[in-house]
Structures are given as C-alpha cells and as structure tokens.
Design a protein around this ligand. Structure first.
Ligand code: ARG
Ligand code: ZN
Length: 472
C-alpha cells in the first residue's frame, strides 16, 4: 500500500513545458510502437530513506505478503516460500527485494520463471517481460537457510530472526525483517500479511493478527496460519516458535486480547498483563479507538533488554516480565505504539520521534491521570537527563533510539501542549491518529496539522525542540 507522502509540486512553467514535450513525443512516435510492450526501467534500489538508503526498493508498492515458512527446530533451519502481490508504480523492467543471507532456490513473476541475482541485501529480479505501470503482479520466492541477525547503526542488538536453541522469535526494528523473508523492507510500504508456519508438533507458533487455522500436516508437524488484515510495516512482523502457552484474555471494547507466554514465564506473564484491558480503555479514551482487531503480549525465554511493539503482539523479555506490575509503564509505552508507530507509521526513519516521543508522552499522560506526577512535572524531570543535545527530529542513524528521541521528543509534545492549550493539543493527537490510520506521516505533516488545528505558527517551537543542537 502506498504511503501518505508530500510530493514536491513542479513549478507551473516546468509542468506545462513537460506536457508540451510529451505531446510532441506522442505525435512523433511511429504508430507501430504504441502497441508493443513499453520500454521499462529498473526500480530504485532503495526508497530514499535519509538514514538507511539500502532499505526498501522503488518501482512498486506491496499489497500483500504470504509467508509459508517451515521451521526445522533441531537444525535451526528455515525454508520458505514468500508470495508477494504488488502494484507497479512505473513501467518496470527489473526490481529488487531486500533479503539478507538465505539461499534463494527459485523466483517466479506471474508464475513464469524470473532471473535473479544477489547483491548485498538486494535480491535483484528480472521478469521475462516489462510489467506496465499500474499493473498488479505476483512474485514468488523459494528459499532456505539458517537466518542470521544483522547489525545496523551502533545498536548492540543484532536484528531480525532470533534463534535460541530450538526456539525462535523476531526483533527487527528498523531493518531486520529481511533476515527471514524477501521484503520491501521500509515502513513507507505497508501491506497485509498471511503467515503460515509449519513447526514440530511439540512447539507452538504465535504471530501478529489472528490465528485462522491450525492443521496437522503429517511427519510430526503442524501448520499454523495467522492473518494480519490491517496494513503493517515489515519491521513489526512477529513470528515466535517455541514452548508457548496461548492465553485468551477476553475482549475489551471489541478488541480480542490474546497473549503468548513462554511456559517458563506463564505465571509472571499473567501478572504483568493484568492491566492490559484497562490500559486499552485508557488510551482509547485519550487518542481514539484502539486501531487493530487484537492485542496481546509475547513473553520470550530470553533477556531482550527492551520491549518491541510488534503489531498487535508486543514482545517482551523474561528480564522484564519478572518485574510483574513493575513492567506497567513499559507495557503502556508499547501499547501506545499501536496508535503511534504501528497504525500511523513513520514516513522515513528520521521521523522516529513520532514513535518514541509520542509513546513516551503517553506514559506521562497515563501517570498524570492515574494520580501520579503531572506530564509537566515528568517533562521537567526528563530535562535533567544526559544526552538531550541530540536533536530528536534528526538524531542520525546511529542514535535512532537515543534517550533524547524519547525524552526530548516527549518534552516537545509538552511544549506544544503548553503553547496551544489542552483542547487543541488533544485534538491534534486524535486527528493525527484518525486521519492517518493504516498509513504514514512525516514530521512536516505533523507540524502542518498542529498549525492547522491550533491556528498558530509553530515553526520556531518545533525548530528549537526538534532540530536545534542544544536542548531548550
Ligand atoms: N520501539 C522500541 C521501544 O519501544 C525500541 C526498542 C529499541 N530497539 C533497538 N533496536 N535498540 O522502545
Ligand atoms: Zn518505544
């Protein structure tokens, strides 16, 4: 699906000139050429992300991914067939998917064999004929291997498919999804997903969305099929395979609650997630309805060191779940990401404060409205932290998750609230979420919305809070 993104307007004179040139070319073209298949050109090898030029690809927009994965638990071996339905955005002679490691066996485009090459994280695919602009096409990639997490930026945590003994789970933000399936790996190209995983009968599979089917497929294996019906950014895909207990948490405001707790941490998982329904009710009251059909928490038997808001199924480590209700604020933060980050996704990774600053501010509102310190007081406390001279509106690829992105990002929203007043402030947040549900937004889009709703010029405020090297 395509992102909401601002395109630069051609000046009128240039546009008029282009129209005249195009008309002359049409007149000059020999009639015979018009019927022949069009000239195509290769899709770009990235979407133009300012921090990660290697992420994603141009020339098409994905509508749906179907992953059919088979987990060889004893060998820690993954084999897969990924089927991608996409629409071209140009006459396309060649296009890329992102894939790191893994052995590709075969690629087809519209069921016909297609040539392919590997170049770093690019899987370069040449169909046997040009695909015309605006046309829907289906690519199928068959592959296998031992998925290996990758390092990006200065993060110590290697991203993507995590193998632990016979078990596996996924932590990808920002670019690790390509470690286990071929993908247009950038949040600007969101799509729906079907995830089918075949695993040994003694293991349980959890993934985003809803479990649609579970079939015994013979040879001691069971296939689990999950459907993700709302558009999702690739970094939010979760696949967990292991000794999990699937726990039904009832429903809240029409949202199905279901969790996946590693059997070793099932008791702790129950305690830590006791407040999930109340938190959903709370955040829905502040930001508008919860944006997806389901929610829950995946507790893995590993020390993760952080939690990640994988869509509808936040992943948390055992080091966090042992804190019981002490994990409340972290879980509130990950839940807030379902609105800010997951339903409304960044246009580029330089917009990361739209995720982390907003989820941090949600923590402050939660504390303010549940008898704790006010958001203003919490913002003031945050001002004492180190490292706030990294500008949250442009932290750079190596500081994507720097404390400043969270804390100075949150303080930016406090400053906005104090400038426009509570009425306009909460209207801005609710409108942001409702207008861009299932899509994307950039920092410039957010500033424009804040100015439109408040009727104030806010350029200086955002400049000093988001971009100036020195924190206000
Ligand atoms: N979005 C995650 C959060 O809620 C970020 C986790 C940090 N990720 C990382 N690769 N260090 O805070
Ligand atoms: Zn976060």
């Amino acid at each position: 699906m395509t992102q909401v993104r601002r395109s630069k307007q051609l000046p009128f004179a240039a546009a008029a000139f282009a129209v005249v040139v195009a008309m002359v070319l049409v007149i000059l073209a020999p009639a015979g050429d018009l019927a022949a298949s069009p000239e195509g050109s290769p899709g770009a090898r990235g979407v133009g992300d300012l921090y990660f030029p290697e992420l994603g690809n141009g020339g098409y927009a994905v509508e749906h991914y179907r992953l059919d994965l088979t987990w060889g638990a004893d060998e820690r071996y993954l084999s897969g067939v990924t089927t991608i339905r996409a629409v071209t955005t140009q006459n396309l002679s060649r296009f890329n998917l992102d894939l790191v490691g893994m052995e590709v066996e075969a690629v087809t485009v519209d069921r016909r064999p297609a040539a392919f090459e590997r170049a770093g994280r690019e899987l370069v695919i040449t169909p046997d004929q040009v695909i015309e602009q605006g046309q829907r096409f289906v690519t199928e990639v068959t592959y296998h291997g031992h998925p290996t997490p990758i390092r990006m930026g200065t993060d110590l945590f290697a991203l993507g498919w995590q193998t632990r003994g016979r078990e596996a789970y996924v932590v990808s933000e920002p670019g690790g999804a390509a470690t286990f399936f071929p993908v247009n790996d950038h949040p600007s190209d969101k799509a729906t997903f079907t995830v089918r995983v075949t695993a040994p009968n003694d293991q349980t599979v959890a993934a985003n969305g809803r479990l649609a089917r579970r079939e015994e497929v013979g040879e001691g294996a069971t296939a689990w099929t999950y459907e993700v019906r709302d558009p999702m950014a690739s970094y939010l895909l979760q696949v967990a395979i292991g000794d999990y207990e699937l726990v039904d948490g009832g429903t809240v405001e029409g949202v199905v609650l279901r969790h996946a707790f590693h059997r070793r941490w099932a008791t702790e998982g129950r305690v830590a997630t006791e407040t999930t329904a109340a938190m959903i009710r709370f955040l829905a009251g502040v930001f508008g309805p919860y944006p997806f059909e389901a929610y829950g928490v995946l507790v893995v038997d590993d020390d993760l060191g952080f939690a990640l808001e994988t869509q509808t199924l936040t992943v948390m480590g055992r080091e966090l779940v042992v804190q019981g209700r002490g994990a409340d604020i972290t879980l509130l933060h990950e839940l807030a990401h379902q609105w800010f980050g997951n339903s409304v996704s960044v246009a580029g990774w330089n917009d990361i404060w739209l995720n982390e600053g907003f989820a941090t501010y949600a923590e402050w509102i939660y504390q303010e409205r549940s008898g704790g310190p006010t958001a203003a007081a919490l913002a003031q406390q945050a001002a004492a932290e180190e490292g706030l001279n990294i500008p949250p509106g442009d932290p750079g690829r190596d500081e994507l998750f720097a404390p400043s992105v969270y804390l100075r990002g949150g303080r930016t929203l406090q400053a906005l609230r104090e400038t426009v007043g509570d009425g306009a402030f909460f209207e801005i947040l609710r409108t942001w979420v409702s207008e861009r549900a299932g899509a994307n937004g950039s920092t410039a889009d957010f500033i424009a919305l804040a100015e439109a709703i408040s009727g104030q010029r806010l350029g200086d405020l955002f400049q000093s809070w988001l971009y100036n090297p020195t924190s206000p």
